[in-house]
Design a protein around this ligand. Structure first.
Ligand code: CAA
Length: 384
């Protein structure tokens, strides 16, 4: 019988995983606990990822990027998250912030903004949510008004990952208040533009090494050429972007869960109680088995979604939502069980398990809550 290659990753993807895992083990993992404890952006991890071209691997080669496909990008994010969830938001949010440009930007705009991103001179964030517009993203209030050859932006964006650290921001704003979701457009805003400022970093449960802030836009005047795609098509562009990047959150969730399972397995093999390794108890074996089984199911779904993202398949909307929803729920279950397997040691920060459990929670919330993912999946399945 001939070999069926369907469920084996191509060799080059396995090679990327190995290379990335080595960088993460040696140069990212050592900073993970401190980034969490101090709530500080892990600059050393960024530098290590940048040196190895893993900071924004998705940028096409035409713009000086590594040209990683969606699956390779997911693998990079997974491996970084396995040791440090905060650091995994470097490649993940660089993709989120720049995806609208990749999907719909002019050649000139791509050259201007993707090249510095690829070279590691700038990071990119994504500004969709607002204090009163979260799940209902189309109800945003931020305004962009055309004035001659410029656009003038005013408003407040909230929950912006890597805000303040990023140089570039894709900002969604209302250009036609009468047109609802069809009256929203996308723009590139720079941190150095006059009128851009940031709120204090949010005090979060997890991913503490990745700053989350409000972004204030106060009469920010930008050239008309910084419109991404067509006027009025920004909301669709926001959702098309999320179709692709929900796969990256699934990959992040996978990595966090894998990291927790790695530690839990090592611990239960070493830990002795009642005269034997706790791994020898069937109750422990069953827990580990369930964790590994769920994780592998999440991995298969995530990679299947990544393949669809790369091909631009029409069922990506369903698969992106399904992968993100499933993998993040698995990450929460697996990290919670990993804490349980370590008992008291899981609950203190001498071990990384409690951090991983805290970090896992956000994957059920951002880039659309898992309730929104179910809404997206339901709509796709039920539409005529
Ligand atoms: N791709 C392209 N177009 C799409 C689309 C998709 N996946 N889904 C819908 N559309 C189109 C629709 O066809 C419709 O087009 P027409 O006007 O031509 O009919 C238009 O977009 C509006 O669609 P809906 O009527 O379905 O829009 P809605 O207002 O009901 O909202 C929603 C849909 C799915 C709930 C959407 O608002 C959503 O995904 N909400 C969650 C927002 C979210 O994920 N936020 C996360 C922010 S990023 C983040 O977390 C920050 C970070 O830094 C990590």
């Amino acid at each position: 019988m001939s070999e069926i290659p369907l469920f084996a990753l191509p060799e080059e993807h396995e090679a990327i995983r190995e290379a990335c895992a080595a960088v993460c083990r040696d140069k990212v993992a050592p900073h993970a606990a401190e980034a969490d404890r101090l709530s500080e952006f892990p600059q050393a991890s960024y530098d290590a990822l940048r040196a190895a071209d893993f900071h924004a691997p998705h940028v096409p080669e035409a713009y000086d990027g590594a040209g990683a496909d969606a699956l390779a990008t997911a693998i990079v994010i997974e491996e970084v998250a396995r040791v440090c969830a905060s650091s995994s938001l470097i490649p993940a949010v660089n993709k989120l912030g720049s995806m609208p440009l990749i999907l719909a930007g002019t050649e000139e705009l791509k050259q201007q903004y993707l090249v510095p991103l690829a070279r590691g001179e700038a990071m990119f964030s994504y500004c969709l949510s607002e204090p009163e517009a979260g799940s209902d993203a189309a109800s945003m209030k931020t305004r962009a008004v055309r004035s001659g050859d410029s656009w003038v932006l005013n408003g407040v964006k909230r929950w912006i990952t890597n805000a303040g650290v990023s140089e570039f921001y894709t900002v969604f704003a209302v250009t036609d208040p009468e047109a609802g979701a069809r009256g929203i457009s996308a723009f590139v805003v720079e941190k150095s533009d006059a009128g851009v400022s940031f709120g204090a970093p949010e005090k979060k449960l997890g991913i503490k090494g990745s700053p989350t802030c409000e972004v204030y836009l106060d009469n920010v005047t930008i050239p008309a050429s910084r419109l991404i795609g067509n006027e009025g098509e920004g909301f669709k562009l926001a959702l098309r972007t999320l179709d692709h990047t929900r796969v990256t959150i699934a990959a992040q969730a996978l990595g966090i869960a894998q990291g927790a399972l790695d530690h839990a397995v090592a611990y239960v093999r070493e830990r002795k109680q009642f005269g034997q390794a706790v791994a020898d108890f069937q109750g422990i074996q069953f827990m580990v088995a369930d964790m590994g089984m769920k994780l592998e199911a999440a991995r298969q779904l995530t990679y299947a979604a990544a393949a669809r993202s790369e091909r631009g398949d029409s069922d990506l909307t369903f698969f992106g939502a399904a992968a993100k929803c499933f993998a993040s729920d698995v990450a929460m279950e697996v990290t919670t069980d990993a804490v349980q397997l370590l008992g008291g040691y899981g609950y203190v920060n001498d071990y990384p398990l409690e951090r991983m459990m805290r970090d896992a929670k956000i994957t059920q919330i951002y880039e659309g809550t898992n309730q929104i993912q179910r809404m997206v999946m339901g709509r796709k399945l039920l539409q005529g």
